[in-house]
Design a protein around this ligand. Sequence first.
Ligand code: ADP
Ligand code: MG
Length: 245
Amino acid sequence: MNAAAAPLIQLRGVSRVYGAGQAAVYALRDVDLQIARGEFVAIMGPSGSGKSTAMNMIGCLDTPTSGEYLFEGLPVHRMTRNQRALLRRHQLGFVFQGFNLLPRTSAQENVELPLLYRGADAAARRERAFQALASVGLAGWEHHTPSELSGGQQQRVAIARALVTDPTVLLADEPTGNLDSQRGREIMELLRALNTGRGITIVMVTHEPDMAAYAARTVRFVDGRIASDSRSPAVAPAARAGQAA
Ligand code: ADP
Ligand code: MG
């Protein structure tokens, strides 16, 4: 099967066990999951159900104890650590609940960082970071440090940092968890625009049904297994409110 025809993300019978014997914890149990290019998927489920473990797996930060992970048909479970690092650097962007920006470092420099690891020259780094910040609505804020920015703005910087390498997939683990609901909705609007406008595949963990409603598909984990996987047309909450009125 060629890469273009293969599903973008394919977990096949994936289990992840921490510890051994009596102390063994099954974070994931025999998980089958396919995600196609261009999807926007919300991952939900109670605390401890395996959501972050699944995200780490998809993000090539962790490997299955058993089972297979194929990315564009390529066997990630058989890759070396370096091969996985390359895949991460070229195809994946990460956004976290806590923003994870470098303090006392400008928005511009935070966003340039992934390009530094890729060996881009200074002028190219500056230009691409400038454009990435503009694309998340932060033109003019390039020289502000995280402490001079609101939570919503900090998360936008983190999203710009994830986008600057032009990833295929954006992985977001509770990206609105530290934000009030209005700021959270603004971040979701941004993610939706990146998905529909730029075709970026998004996989996002959230506890909040309001935020999951922005995704076209919701996968729910319980006890390390997929308990449900449902699709809905991605309808803006505002539009639904309009229909109801
Ligand atoms: P969620 O993100 O849904 O809250 P996690 O994927 O973080 O859940 O964790 C799933 C299960 O695996 C939990 O029981 C958790 O305690 C366990 N777990 C996660 N990471 C580790 C680890 N590094 N060592 C031991 N157990 C872990
Ligand atoms: Mg988690």
